[in-house]
Design a binder for this molecule. Structure first.
Ligand SMILES: C[S@@+](CC[C@H](N)C(=O)[O-])C[C@H]1O[C@@H](n2cnc3c(N)ncnc32)[C@H](O)[C@@H]1O
Length: 324
């Protein structure tokens, strides 16, 4: 009974740490200050686009879907948050009748040049505007595509803008791609990512370990784990159906339980997401940001237990509310 009470306390304490993540134990904010304009300005930085386009799991899967699945052939496609225009141009190469790429960031002017350089102006039109302010024919697009996902899928994500675009501009019977995403969690040990303060050139620094642990428990960590970090079974805690979800669905709470695979220590909860591109119920493309898959720029998100690692034979946590 005491053990169960302790686990429930741990679960309650977890609520306090499900906050915006810090990257690789670095406390610099992931997103710039400056509100909405600061957010859009951040996408004017070339490095962000190099990172996204250089993420071959991400970009290669969008390309496979847009160019090879047949989903764009003869279709009118809206690319929400087009950035460099890369997805718009994939859709054009995939046989779209026409593509509109929208981005509120000044990167849209570069996207226009990219489209011109690839001689796709006859098919691809770029607009620099927030999609919420775009003047387009209502209900006129067959396919809406967007790369909207953030850390932990939903952190700082732009899914609410995609929902806006869907409700205003998608034809009845049209599709939103990716069509489905799911968030998966598992108990994990951090292993190599946890600094060894017990042996610093033969010196012990327990106080440093305690400060580090307290800092890490305050906020989620974005880091690349590997399959061996996962020490419990995994469970899908949330699924998003892009065609039917509403903005209120993006805030959710889910109870969950996880069982340890063996007697082990557990440092906290690892979370990642899977992304599905489906047409008429048929899977056309897929990628996972799981620790056992090829790493992506989303890495994984890790929530430390605030009171330190648990040693368990089997674990069963209840969590009353997750706020993405
Ligand atoms: C994750 S990037 C994806 C860029 C590009 N589609 C790609 O795959 O490389 C998201 C882009 O969406 C844009 N964006 C976010 N919210 C938007 C909104 N409400 N209206 C227009 N653009 C938006 C950002 O400026 C950013 O360029």
């Amino acid at each position: 009974m005491q053990q169960i009470m302790r686990e429930l306390d741990e679960a309650r304490a977890l609520l306090a740490i499900l906050k915006p993540p810090i990257d690789e134990l670095d406390e610099a904010p992931l997103f710039p200050s400056g509100g909405e304009q600061g957010y859009f300005d951040s996408y004017a930085q070339i490095g962000i686009h190099e990172e996204m386009i250089g993420d071959h799991v991400r970009t290669g899967t969008y390309r496979k879907f847009l160019e090879c699945s047949g989903a764009c052939v003869g279709k009118k496609v809206l690319d929400v948050g087009c950035g460099t225009g890369v997805l718009s141009m994939f859709a054009a190469r995939g046989g779209a009748a026409s593509v509109v790429g929208i981005d509120a960031c000044s990167i849209a002017t570069v996207a226009e040049k990219n489209v011109a350089e690839n001689e796709m102006q006859h098919c691809v039109q770029i607009m620099q505007t927030k999609v919420e302010d775009a003047v387009l024919d209502a209900g006129s697009f067959d396919v809406i595509v967007s790369e909207w996902m953030g850390y932990f899928l939903l952190y700082e994500s732009m899914m609410d803008s995609v929902i806006y675009a869907r409700d205003k501009f998608l034809k009845p019977g049209g599709s939103v791609q990716p069509s489905r995403c799911s968030i998966i969690i598992a108990g994990a040990v951090l292993g190599r990512l946890a600094f060894d303060w017990d042996n610093v050139y033969g010196l012990k620094m327990k106080a440093m370990r305690e400060v580090a642990a307290a800092n890490m428990a305050k906020e989620a960590v974005v880091a690349v784990l590997d399959g061996t970090s996962i020490v419990t079974d995994e469970t899908t805690i949330w699924e998003l159906d892009a065609l039917h979800c509403s903005v209120s669905d993006l805030e959710f709470s889910r109870p969950f339980s996880l069982a340890a695979r063996w007697d082990t220590k557990v440092d906290g909860i690892a979370a990642w997401f899977d992304t599905f591109f489906e047409v008429d119920g048929q899977l056309k493309a897929f990628f996972s940001t799981s620790p056992s898959s090829t790493p992506t720029h989303w890495k994984q998100t890790f929530f430390y237990f605030p009171s330190g690692p648990l040693t368990v034979r089997s674990i069963a946590f209840l969590l009353s509310r997750i706020l993405p």
